[in-house]
Design a protein around this ligand. Sequence first.
Ligand code: PMP
Length: 451
Amino acid sequence: MPYEDRARLAGLWQAEIDLFRAQRPRSAQLFAEATPHLPDGVPMLWMAKWPGPWPVYVQSASGSHFLDVDGIDHVDLCLGDTGAMCGHAPPPAVAAISAQLAKGSTFMLPTADAAAAAALLAERFGVPAWQFSLSATDANRSLIRYARQVTGRPKIVVHDYCYHGTVDEAYATLDDSGAVVERRGTIGAPVPPSLTTAVVPFNDIEALEVVLATGEIAAMLMEPALTNIGIVLPDPGYHAAVRELCTRFGVILIIDETHTLSAGPGGMIARDGLDPDAVVVGKSIGGGIPAGAYGMTASFSALVRESLELEDIDVGGVGGTLAGNALSLAGIRATLSQVLTADAFPTMIDRATEWTVGVQSALDEFHVPWQVTQLGARAEYSFRQTAPHDGAEAAHADDFELQQYLHLHALNRGILITPFHNMALMAPSTTAADVERHTVAFREAVVSLFA
Ligand code: PMP
């Protein structure tokens, strides 16, 4: 167990619960009003994972801050788990989206923004052919279908402890014997995941070669660094080896940059010169409204298109009535050209460096055996001494109670970090003072636990 003094932790937790209750009466009232029709008072059950006796209800947000209904200002380092990486309500995106909304939002016909958005994405990620969705999940689902279609193979391979949205095939982990099993907590799996999915540890080239050599694999779906089980960075040479194996075995290599876009304007693909067959982005690219996109090389795109009959193209399993709608496309075009620009990233990355230094200095001061990893504008600490090398190592360092305490401690001091792990993300509008608020509060939390 990463933190031994459970009695101390229990006492600290109770004190933070009491503080939360005292500070948030209006949220309590909204919670009471919501529960008759919303299980747990939230529109999505996973929102119940936030720490505290009831959710914080939001009043309004702007840039890197939000105000809750009790009038408390928060520095938002969660940023909608990347959905609001642009900062809340970025003015150029709001203007473009509002203007399009007033002119109609969904036609099942393209607007001029569609080609402009695709060209912006092509320039950033280096693959020319783009399609749009309402979420990164759906972009992943669509590419998996296309990969099966053109290869005629049944399975995909993913990394142990990956997350790619609610994609059935990706809910698979390795058990202690190395067998593919349902990930803990999987809800209602349609079939055993070993039928659809092979799983390899991150950074394990030998395991990948064994799996690809079976000839059953249509696609490899991967984040270029794991970001959903803490941050796990690739070893030097890992990406080149993955590329070589996928080419050798005719496997479509899909790189999901939904979170790793934090590395720079073209994600890790552009920063590190990666060479995928297909790319997925989502969450932040619409400036705060639902939008996802997937790009393909010319050869993969041509294979897909040649394999489809026009007569059946609407019922093949890649669709979405509102996917590619005019509102999303207006949002993407404005966001990529005016908000999440190449010029915005150096500042965001500087802020994440400051956050990392702040966390590290508190850990050093009190000799705490935890580590911090930064990936561009995103950073994360984990309850282990060295950076994790694969997903299982990262997962084993988890301590849910400790994490909940740290998150509630931060929340009570006006700081929001993602409820899923200990991650902070910087928007173009995040300031040094915002980061400093976290640095001060984190040190205080470390004192409470270790001093
Ligand atoms: N891919 C990655 C890498 C993600 O982290 C997530 C969500 N955390 C998704 C896809 C799915 O995004 P969405 O829930 O917006 O579909």
